[in-house]
Design a protein around this ligand. Structure first.
Ligand code: PD2
Ligand code: ZN
Length: 278
């Protein structure tokens, strides 16, 4: 028999504890009622940690992503038919061709260039931002809908990935000079870090990433997924999408930007949150 931590079971345990029953007595009566000891202990752990009242999102909870149920070669993204070049189930990865036009790539680069600064990453230790030696690119953030091209690309992404525009963070643009890289990391916020709760107040967890290549380097600069040996070539106009239904390494979404060996690589990243990002 498979047993899981249901909200009902958790509520029952909270009520019993509130009524003054001891933890030992509760565990004993659960075991008598046929519950496995490890399930009982897991429920207690969620109560003690003040964890969520509902189960974490499982496969039935909706996630961003294109509709690939009929194995299409193209996906309708509103103003564009977007080629599907490659997919992987675990980690969930989809590579799209021709998502961003050359003119749009140029316009995004031109608008971002004057605002570049050495990239900061969100610091889960404090909830602030910090210089990160794991990331040697320069970067900036657009506001959502900040200009016409940004707004157009964001609309397209919302249609392609079937996720509300308001759940997306502002577009981030990164420039990698020769030698620059982004060492392997996860894009979700580590639940174990003290700064994470304050970050999550703004739209909840990140659940997916779309990296769009705006300018290809001459050599190097692939986006890598070391757990599965996947490398996505940074071809202009192409994009790699990946999603993570929970903030855990078992999503196999460890990924990095390999060092640029020659030329300059530019990308725009859209991170999607589980709720509205304000
Ligand atoms: O530029 C990349 O290939 C890359 C790699 C890993 C970008 C990101 N992560 C990111 O923006 O999160
Ligand atoms: Zn990343």
């Amino acid at each position: 028999m498979s047993q899981s931590v249901t909200p009902e079971l958790r509520t029952w345990m909270i009520d019993q504890l509130a009524a003054g029953h001891s933890v030992a007595a509760l565990l004993a009566s659960m075991r008598e009622a046929g519950w496995h000891a490890d399930v009982a202990t897991a429920v207690l752990a969620t109560i003690e940690s003040g964890g969520p009242l509902v189960e974490p999102p499982g496969p039935n909870v909706s996630m961003p992503g294109p509709d690939l149920s009929a194995s299409p070669l193209y996906v309708d993204a509103g103003d564009r038919r977007v080629p599907v070049l490659q997919t992987m189930a675990h980690p969930r990865v989809v590579v799209f061709g021709d998502l961003v036009s050359d003119d749009e790539c140029e316009a995004l680069i031109a608008a971002a260039r004057r605002r570049l600064a050495r990239s900061l990453t969100v610091e889960t230790k404090t909830g602030g931002e910090a210089l990160n030696i794991d990331r040697t690119s320069d970067g900036m953030f657009f506001e959502r809908g900040e200009n016409e091209v940004v707004a157009r690309v964001e609309q397209r992404i919302a249609a392609l990935l079937r996720w509300p525009l308001e759940f997306g963070e502002g577009l981030q643009v990164l420039r990698y000079a020769p030698g620059a890289q982004y060492r392997p990391h996860y894009d979700y916020f580590d639940p174990g870090e003290p700064g994470t709760p304050s970050i999550l107040r703004r739209g909840g967890q990140r659940v997916a990433t779309l990296v769009m290549y705006l300018q290809e380097p001459e050599q190097g600069g692939a986006t890598t997924f070391p757990d599965v040996g996947l490398e996505v070539a940074p071809k202009r106009g192409t994009a790699v999408f990946f999603s993570y239904e929970r903030p855990h390494p078992d999503t196999r979404t460890l990924h990095g930007g390999a060092p640029v060996l020659a030329g300059e690589k530019w990308v725009a990243t859209k991170w999607l949150r589980e709720g509205e990002f304000r």
